[in-house]
Ligand binder design. Structure first.
Ligand code: IPD
Length: 255
């Protein structure tokens, strides 16, 4: 795939962070709020990624989960240095590094790297989506009954949690099964790679899904908010599907 320099830079930064995270020693952990943790490694990863990106592109701005940054710019990197911190700090293998590039308000590059499985998802607007260099596409499953749906519980916000839990009886009765990975970026890539038909979660932040959004849509998937007319990119209430089941999944969420 003929990706641009920006895409290749995102890949280099994600791989460098992954290499560091896979070889860490002991690290400190701090509680940001109930059920929300940050480790010393989240900060180290963000710092390494920022340095790698901005030394190559000093004209760009940066926005990261741990240190914040520019809320808008002509060119901006949107970074989650460890998506799935709760998995990472317990030694679970599913955690990701998520890097997106936004140009003039449009997300144009997405890179999600999972060091534990050595899977690198890379996509660029108009150029397709890949997994370890090979093109990927969403699944052709068009029956809800046969679908696998990844979801997050939105468990840090009581309202999101309540709405998500209320879905369960109807959801479980209508589909094949559910999955909870612990990393929203990986969930979106799972849909992009045709391993599941949908991912839904309320109350996410842009850095959780910015890169996954580019990968999913370039793999032929569809992305929206939960409620009619809601923009998932700004609300953080995310419905990411293989496209074929988009409306059916959104209907399921209307309880
Ligand atoms: C979290 C993960 C998780 C999702 C949470 C996110 P973090 O990101 O993506 O799957 O359920 O809502 O906050 O905090 O590990 O970067």
């Amino acid at each position: 795939m003929d990706f641009s320099e920006k895409a290749r830079l995102a890949e280099r930064a994600a791989r460098a962070a992954g290499e560091m995270l896979e070889h860490h020693g002991a690290f400190t952990v701090r509680r940001k709020s109930e059920n929300d943790f940050v480790t010393e490694m989240d900060f180290k990863s963000e710092s390494l990624i920022r340095e790698t990106l901005l030394s190559a592109c000093p004209e760009d701005e940066f926005f990261g989960e741990e240190t914040g940054g520019a809320s808008r710019a002509e060119g901006r990197w949107v970074v989650d240095p460890i998506d799935g911190t709760a998995n990472f700090m317990r030694g679970q293998r599913l955690y990701t590094i998520s890097i997106a590039y936004e140009h003039a308000g449009e997300l144009v590059v997405g890179c999600v790297y999972c060091p534990g499985t050595d899977e690198l998802f890379l996509a660029e607007r108009g150029n397709g989506a890949t997994l370890n260099g090979k093109p990927i596409h969403v699944s052709g499953v068009d029956a809800l009954r046969n679908s696998l749906i990844h979801l997050g519980f939105g468990h840090r916000d009581p309202k999101c949690l309540e709405r998500t839990l209320a879905l369960f009886p109807h959801l479980i009765a209508s589909i094949s099964d559910v999955r909870r990975s612990g990393t929203a970026a990986y969930d979106m890539c799972s849909v992009a790679a045709g391993r599941a038909e949908a991912f839904v979660e309320l109350g996410l932040n842009l850095y959780d899904y910015a890169a996954g959004y580019v990968i999913l849509t370039e793999a032929g998937g569809r992305f929206s908010g939960w409620d009619d007319g809601e923009d998932g990119l700004t609300s953080g209430n995310v419905v990411a599907t293989n496209g074929l089941l988009h409306e059916a999944v959104r209907d399921l969420l209307k309880v």
